[in-house]
Design a protein around this ligand. Structure first.
Ligand SMILES: Cc1ncc(COP(=O)(O)O)c(C=O)c1O
Length: 368
């Protein structure tokens, strides 16, 4: 089976972990040991920002960012429902209310028009997601946020390699949150990063990461234990060096797949524009005018032929029991619901070779 995603590690990561195990420290009680600091420096350079704060998951990154930007009880945060659940979870964990808002049907990211309509007196922040690795439309979103005095927090969990107007994902946001989970374009096993250009936000994030402390046993604000261990940072340093090659290989695979699939008029393919460049975290197409059953059948048929196609995210967050009961019942999100029934993703990760991409493309055409 060709997996949908696969961590790309080799002896270099193994050696990096062994070195930390032998020499220590394996973690740091105040959040930033030497490996974490080195990793943060490399990540900030990659993201083209002043600060990168490493944490232990992408979910922790989102929660810490939402807290650091001052979202409090009953504040509303505009989020897409067509995303991984962590996007909304972070808002709820901070005491806020996720306001589920519809997407642009071609890009699957937050629709700026829908966002503007969702703003109320209680709105505190907008949280777009760079879904599948394609940037949300950051220029209009930044303008809306500035016009209404709102924070813009980017869920860049899937966006290592994404660019918008020639700049890395997250550049246009007040803070951007990245995941380093095993399936992502680079990984530390579990892990996350928050990037920001704001010195004060950076300082608060560093405190939130470790129980609100600057010095031990003197919590100044509410925090948690979101520290990244040195072991993981050591893996991250190696992965950072490889990241440009990973992204280039994903792009090459995606372009080859598009050349084959564009002969079909039954599917909408992912694309890039002059402004928006993909990270190709997921190559997601849409089976046009299909029902959920037809889409699922396509995925089953591809799996039977050894291709692990998947549908992300079949249950939009506002339809999940907890979110529906508490925040979703009044949401009307036709584009989100339609997309969730028609999209499917195909493997383009760096472990997939040219012959396999040709096989994936031809098999999809045959099955269609
Ligand atoms: C869009 C999105 N947001 C948030 C997360 C949460 O990241 P993590 O799994 O590292 O907690 C993920 C990753 O799974 C994601 O894809």
């Amino acid at each position: 089976m060709i997996p949908i995603n696969k961590p790309q590690t080799d002896e270099a990561e193994v050696q990096a972990v062994i070195e930390v195990m032998r020499k220590g420290p394996i973690t740091n009680a105040l959040g930033a040991g030497p490996k974490v600091l080195e990793f943060e420096k490399l990540f900030a350079e990659f993201a083209g920002v002043k600060h990168a704060v490493a944490v232990n998951t992408g979910t922790a990154a989102l929660h810490a960012a939402i807290m650091a930007l001052g979202v409090k009880r009953d504040d509303e945060v505009i989020v897409p429902s067509f995303s991984f659940v962590a996007t909304a979870e972070a808002v709820v964990l901070a005491g806020g209310k996720p306001v589920f808002t519809d997407i642009n049907p071609r890009t699957y990211t937050l629709s700026p028009t829908a966002v503007e309509k969702a703003i109320t007196k209680k709105t505190k922040a907008i949280m777009p997601v760079d879904l599948y690795g394609f940037s949300a439309d950051m220029k209009p979103l930044r303008e809306i946020a500035d016009k209404h005095g709102l924070c813009l927090v980017s869920d860049a969990a899937q966006a290592h390699g994404t660019t918008y107007a020639g700049k890395p994902a997250g550049t246009f946001a007040d803070a951007a949150c990245w995941s380093l989970y095993a399936s992502k374009n680079m990984t530390t096993g579990e892990g996350g990063v928050i990037t920001t250009n704001n010195d004060r936000t950076n300082e608060i994030l560093r405190m939130i990461r470790t129980h609100g402390e600057k010095t031990k046993y003197a919590s100044e604000i509410l925090g948690s234990n979101y520290r990244m261990p040195e072991l993981e940072a050591a893996i991250g340093i190696v992965q950072m060096r490889k990241l440009p090659t990973f992204i280039a290989k994903r792009r090459q695979n995606a372009e080859q797949l598009t050349k084959i699939l564009q002969t079909s008029d039954k599917i909408d393919l992912p694309f890039e524009t002059e402004t928006q460049h993909h990270s190709w975290y997921l190559y997601t197409a849409r089976l046009k005018q299909s029902t959920e059953i037809q889409r699922n059948k396509l995925i089953e048929d591809l799996k039977a032929k050894g291709i692990c196609a998947e549908a992300y995210y079949v249950n939009p967050i506002h339809t999940m029991p907890f979110y529906y009961e508490n925040y979703g019942a009044t949401s009307s999100l036709p584009e989100t619901e339609k997309a969730s029934k028609q999209v499917f993703s195909l493997p383009v990760h760096p472990g997939v070779n040219k012959e396999e991409i040709a096989f994936i493309g031809e098999t999809v055409l045959n099955v269609l």
